[in-house]
Design a protein around this ligand. Sequence first.
Ligand code: HEM
Ligand SMILES: *[C@@H]1O[C@H](CO)[C@@H](O)[C@H](O)[C@H]1NC(C)=O
Ligand SMILES: *[C@@H]1O[C@H](CO)[C@@H](O)[C@H](O)[C@H]1NC(C)=O
Ligand SMILES: *[C@@H]1O[C@H](CO)[C@@H](O)[C@H](O)[C@H]1NC(C)=O
Length: 490
Amino acid sequence: MDAVVVLVLSLSCLLLFSLWRQSSERRKLPPGPTPLPVIGNFFQIDAKNISQSLTNLSKVYGPVFTLYLGRKPTVVLHGYEAVKEALIDHGEEFSGRGSFPMAERTNKGLGIVFSNGRIWKEMRRFSLMTLRNFGMGKRSIEDRVQEEARCLVEELRKTNGSPCDPTFILGCAPCNVICSIVFQNRFDYKDQEFLTFMNILNENVEILSSPWMQICNNFPAMIDYLPGSHRKLLKNFTFAKHYFLAKVIDHQKSLDINNPQDFIDCFLIKMEQEKHNPKTAFTSENLVFSAGDLFAAGTETTSTTLRFSLLLLLKHPEVTAKVQEEIDRVIGRHRSPCMQDRSHMPYTDAVLHEIQRYIDLLPTSLPHTVTCDIKFRNYLIPKGTTVIASLTSVLQDDKEFPNPEKFDPGHFLDENGKFKKSDYFFPFSTGKRICLGEGLARMELFLFLTTILQNFNLKSPVDPKDLDTTAVANGFVSVPPEFQICFIPV
Ligand code: HEM
Ligand SMILES: *[C@@H]1O[C@H](CO)[C@@H](O)[C@H](O)[C@H]1NC(C)=O
Ligand SMILES: *[C@@H]1O[C@H](CO)[C@@H](O)[C@H](O)[C@H]1NC(C)=O
Ligand SMILES: *[C@@H]1O[C@H](CO)[C@@H](O)[C@H](O)[C@H]1NC(C)=O
């Protein structure tokens, strides 16, 4: 036989075989739209409204379906039942972190957010303990947040009641809380070192969540061949890493084993205890990346929520008045709010829950992956498949929250005005990967917002009726439209 014929025949066999393998894999995965070669279902997703695209697809394919973003399948979970069954009932199997090729280059599988397996378990457990105040000296986390709330109010006072865009000031406060936890000290909002550091962090998060980066994540081969913002990211990333390393060296010099002051001190002590264990996860590299993760995950999320909260309070003055009435009655004017107050403030608690439900900060959470082959609702999901949970589909469920598109604290109140808990409250996701900073974030939201409303009346330079509260999609984060606000001292 002719060599060319043999070649053509074997190539055809190979092609057929790979098509057959792809379709047999697809047969066992949940249903979904037919993917095109190479680009998959890329054009079936509206990058500006990913969450709505997923809702539309779930109407056709059901609560568990498969999308091809590029060549690889992604399983989407839509609605409370599917999200709960996967992330809670099969928590262990769905606890992997989905791949971010960009983060793989920078973090190399270290830290908390992008790590997996043993490193993730150890870093997560250690960080949770530290954030719960175990072993971090005499100053509690609550002290640190209260201190920052007082500084925040002083800073807002300097605006003299004139209209301002609160983005910058509200960005400083949550960053400073993490500084206080990780480095022991907060910074002045004008401190040059603080401003440089915060800028770099914000830029990294901005680039990482840009639509361009979503493309790089789905087509990783492009990272090396095309110039773009990811190069800036790598450069800025190196700067941040050196900043942390310098802080670690300072801490090593001043460390008192019997009196640790912050996250870095606690980590250094753990490193010392484990120094004879060759397999230890407590290395200075993991310290740097875990600390970096606390900043990356805990700054922008909290400050965007605070900014959105003020916009909603401006838009709904009747809600704000009720919260201020509750603050007057329970806390008064003469002492700082503390966490104990929250249980006596059902209306304020309901407002804070409703804010987080309504703004739906991370509509698709962060991607997960399954840690082993798993049979799920009669489908077979192979180990390593990316899994996306639609938090929007839970937070906007219209049976649990009637008129979900409306901002209404009544979604979290019963008929007697008592706070009503909901199993559908998933702004922090759920299961084994649930936000590590949930407790801290909720503490910051409560203490910052009650301290602001205790000290100021909020005024909008435009008629509240004309304020737009529709979120603008920004990569995978929902951000509020720009607005101006006046802080009028009470
Ligand atoms: C309003 C503020 C916040 C919101 C809405 C939020 C939400 C989330 C969500 C949805 C995830 C992904 C969970 C998943 O993979 O299923 C997450 C992960 C994470 N968050 Fe937050 N977060 C907030 C504040 C914070 C703060 C203040 C910290 C800092 C301590 C923090 C630290 C983390 C970390 C370390 C992870 C990764 C956890 C892991 O992979 O195991 N977050 N957050
Ligand atoms: C979802 O479906 C609605 C109605 O069919 C359509 O108007 C809308 O553009 C779709 N949205 C997206 C993002 O695909
Ligand atoms: C970080 O990136 C910005 C541009 O996005 C650049 O202006 C700045 O110099 C970079 N910083 C470092 C330390 O590389
Ligand atoms: C997404 O689409 C829905 C319905 O079509 C709309 O209500 C919502 O405002 C859109 N969101 C964004 C960010 O464009």
